[in-house]
Design a protein around this ligand. Structure first.
Ligand code: F6P
Length: 482
């Protein structure tokens, strides 16, 4: 039995099968996992996650009592849930990533999608089953009065399901994404939006990364559920229960990042990048090839900047990291192709024998991206919408040249970093092109001064603090009717 439990779709470790048939463990991927993994080293909690591959399933089946030890990857046990592959696919790809992600990032191309017909109903049933598997595992492993921290849009129904079977537990839900305003969230069928909202309201505490996303969630509860919302005390009361709404920003662990960025593999990439870039100025972007990251418009802005400012030809290089993401979904495969087409157009239009205006990296390469952060003069972060965006925080922490930050006003990070960045409307390609120019033209002292302030803001709330705040929020609950 555990006193603290964390539930998330992706876990801290994943497995692969070697040619000889042995299971090898490595650290799991994704922003949430990196943040939580750094906390896991000094807090003892049970991490409940989904088995994401056949190798994960094998490892889970072999673990004594179903608990894996994440030895060498932080301390403490992991329970990987063996959810049938078809159920997992429908819950993760169809509902979580193609529906809830699209709704909360405002990604629908509404004349053509979404279509909530019979097929969606089957997918929704799988999402319920997947959430039920988590709720059952948590109910089984949680000690009396345990604190349970449920993460993200994959698991919106878990708090309500868990409360039904273990009303004595203290449950928090945290959304790492933005939240849509009611007029967009109501694209979902009424019963589905109600089930999601009441699912999260099954928690004692529902956390968001910014006041904007928390406000949108409260607006949805009021408009779509008829819940009673008190914005001053940030509480939502529905069907006799009150849920506190919390705002907990997330930053980076500056010390750990700087130490990692000084390791030998990063130094080697740094030397190679320096050789390539020479004394030219460097614009960097680092993203998963994710629809909300707006990579195509970022490239179009760079193209327009080069057209409008020929004085920069031969004097600037744009290094764009666009890592593979969610290739099971056709939209993501098409988007990856669009990014590559756009990059080729820029090459064809501007490259000369001794100048490569754009270097596009499409393979996952963390040490190489750390080297790019160190060398950046300008960091471009232009998502359509983003819960927080940690790239905007990592860059200023690692930059050695004092990078200027061109930042979308729709990223959660803009709430904290607006004053010292160049804010852009992510749809405004010309505005973004001009911001790139302004960033490159900014006097070095001003860039360095702003960058230092950005780094201070970025490291104010490291994951350790964010995690402690979640637990403290649950400890502070007792006066509310439960
Ligand atoms: O933004 C929220 C988040 O959970 C990130 O932590 C994570 O990178 C992403 O969404 C999920 O990505 P994936 O589908 O690759 O697990």
């Amino acid at each position: 039995m555990s006193a603290i439990l964390v539930a998330s779709n992706r876990g801290p470790v994943s497995f692969s099968l070697s040619e000889g048939g042995d299971l090898t463990m490595r650290r799991g991927g994704g922003g949430l996992v990196s943040g939580l993994a750094s906390v896991a080293a000094d807090t003892d909690f049970l991490w409940v996650c989904a088995a994401l591959s056949e190798a994960d399933r094998d490892a889970a089946a072999q673990a004594p009592g179903g608990r894996l030890d994440r030895a060498g990857h932080g301390t403490g046990p992991v329970r990987m849930l063996d959810i049938p592959a078809a159920t997992f696919h429908r819950a993760y790809n169809a509902v979580a990533n193609s529906t809830l992600w699209f709704v909360n990032h405002l990604l629908y191309d509404t004349p053509n999608s979404p279509n909530f017909g019979m097929r969606f109903r089957r997918e929704w049933e799988s999402y319920r089953a997947y959430n039920r598997a988590f709720a059952e595992a948590l109910a089984k492993d949680a000690a009396a009065d345990a604190r349970v921290l449920v993460q993200d849009y994959h698991l919106t129904l878990v708090p309500g399901m868990l409360r039904a079977v273990r009303p004595g537990l203290r449950v928090a839900h945290f959304s790492h994404t933005p939240w849509a305003p009611p007029e967009y969230f109501s694209l979902l069928p009424d019963d589905v939006s109600a089930e999601i909202l009441t699912g999260i309201l099954g928690a004692d505490h529902a956390g968001f990364l910014t006041a904007r996303w928390a406000g949108a969630f409260m607006d949805c509860c009021e408009a779509l559920l008829g819940a009673e919302v008190d914005r001053a005390s940030r509480t939502v009361t529905h069907e006799g229960r009150t849920t506190r709404i919390g705002v907990h920003s997330l930053g980076v662990d500056g010390e750990a990042m700087r130490a990692r960025a000084r390791e030998a593999d990063v130094e080697a990439h740094l030397r190679a990048l320096r050789d390539k870039v020479g004394d030219r100025r460097l614009i960097v972007r680092i993203d998963r090839t994710e629809l909300s990251k707006n990579i195509v418009r970022g490239l179009l802005a760079y193209q327009e900047f080069l057209t409008a400012h020929p004085e920069w030809h031969g004097r600037v290089v744009h290094v764009a990291f666009a890592y593979p993401s969610r290739h099971d979904l056709p939209e993501y495969r098409e988007y990856t192709a669009a990014v590559q087409r756009c990059a080729k157009e820029i090459e064809d239009e501007f490259a000369t024998e001794d100048w490569d205006p754009l270097i596009l990296n499409v393979h996952d390469d963390y040490p190489r991206s750390l080297a790019a952060y160190r060398l950046a003069d300008v960091l471009l972060v232009n998502p359509i919408r983003d819960g927080m965006n940690l790239v905007a925080k990592e860059g200023p922490v690692l930059s050695e040249r004092g990078c200027a930050l061109v930042l979308s006003r729709e990223a959660g990070a803009a709430d904290e970093l607006a004053r010292d960045s160049l804010l852009v409307n992510p749809y405004d390609v010309s505005g973004t092109a001009e911001a790139l120019h302004a960033a490159l033209a900014m006097p070095a002292e001003e860039r360095e001064f702003r960058c230092r302030k950005l780094a201070v803001a970025a490291t104010a709330l490291p994951p350790r603090r964010w995690f402690a705040d979640q637990l403290a929020a649950l400890d502070a609950l007792s006066p509310l009717p439960r």
